[in-house]
Write a protein that binds this ligand. Structure first.
Ligand code: C5P
Length: 322
């Protein structure tokens, strides 16, 4: 058999323009109204022919990525292979640029990237619907990593409806030292709700709903309106208080961004990455410089949204797996 050429997929990070969290469900998940925006920070996942499944990771935070079969990219390859009755023989390489355990769906991105890359490498020819189904089994954020753009996620975040976005938004992402565990942040959200007397289960907490003002702002491409919607009632992210409770220094990061001229400051998903909205590219660059200099984060990076979902790169652009 002649070896198929390696396939490289570029896949974006995400920020939650809104994360409305309902009560704790009996299955341990929370119903969400999750307004996803794909942002232009990318991992690249390469799938190359091999005799067995192997996984390597490069990039500044590579050491923090698990390389065992618990890695979501490896599980994606195995899930696709199992469905199509083929062996999951592939050399996967992740060139990692998305913050690890940062609330930007980096692990989900790698799973979506691996799935698309293996489908192309093995010629399994899975339909979009099948790929989305596998994504949903792998994790709540994985379907969005595949489709990108902007979408409303219902259920635990996996049931997607595409959203119109009328322009480009300029963000800055302040990356923290070390990650936060997503389950731990959800647990802290439940705990804070119980302490405040709100109760934590679906019986106590109102159904999460998307903000009409936020969806209008996205559709209009209106930065000022988006800034207002992001900070209405404190934060559009119901996990923000929990992330700050577990990592109090995030309050300093958020304040540093606001002090340096950010139009809005929110924790990204379950954190600890903080997301800041800027008026334009020049303001985003200046904000990133000020945030980095503030000493309240490890680094700060500008990126625009929305960005395309998982995309197979032309062969000559692919990185070499090794
Ligand atoms: O789906 P995913 O594997 O990303 O979820 C990781 C964890 O985050 C879950 O085990 C659960 O603790 C929490 N979670 C949740 N509700 C969601 C999504 C995730 O409680 N909608």
């Amino acid at each position: 058999m002649s070896a198929a050429p390696a396939v490289t997929v570029r896949v974006p990070a995400k920020v939650n323009a809104q994360l409305a969290v309902g009560g704790l469900r009996p299955d341990g998940f929370h119903d969400l109204a999750n307004v996803f925006l794909a942002v232009g920070l990318y991992d690249e996942v390469t799938a190359a022919p091999a005799d067995e499944l192997t996984l390597t990771v490069s990039g500044p935070d590579a050491a923090q990525v698990p390389l065992d079969r618990g890695n979501l990219a490896a599980r994606a390859a195995e899930a696709l292979a199992a469905r199509h009755g083929v062996e999951p023989d592939v050399r996967l390489h992740i060139a990692k640029d998305i913050p690890v355990a940062g609330g930007m769906a980096g692990g989900s991105a790698d799973a979506a990237g691996a799935l698309l890359a293996c489908d192309a490498l093995w010629g399994t020819g899975a339909s979009r619907a099948e790929l989305l189904g596998i994504c949903a089994e792998l994790g709540s954020d994985v379907p969005f990593s595949l489709v990108g753009g902007a979408a409303l996620g219902r259920g635990r975040g996996e049931r997607l409806t595409p959203l119109d976005v009328g322009g480009t938004f300029h963000w800055v992402f302040a990356v923290a030292d070390g990650g936060l565990s997503t389950p731990a942040v959800y647990r802290e959200c439940d705990r804070l709700r119980e302490v405040s007397g709100g109760g934590a289960t679906t019986a106590d907490v109102p159904d999460p709903e998307p903000s009409a003002a936020l969806l209008d702002a996205l559709a209009a491409g209106d930065t000022d309106a988006l800034a207002a919607a992001l900070t209405a009632g404190g934060s559009s992210n119901d996990l923000q208080a929990a992330a700050v409770s577990l990592r109090p220094s995030l309050a300093d990061t958020l304040a540093a961004g606001t002090g340096a001229g950010a139009l809005a400051a929110v924790v990204s998903g379950s954190g600890p990455t903080c997301a800041f909205l800027a008026r334009d590219a020049a303001s985003a660059d200046a904000l990133a410089t000020a945030l980095t200099a503030s000493g309240t984060c490890r680094s700060a990076r500008p990126a625009t949204a929305p960005a395309a979902g998982a995309t197979i790169l032309p062969a000559e652009r692919g990185v070499t797996a090794h």
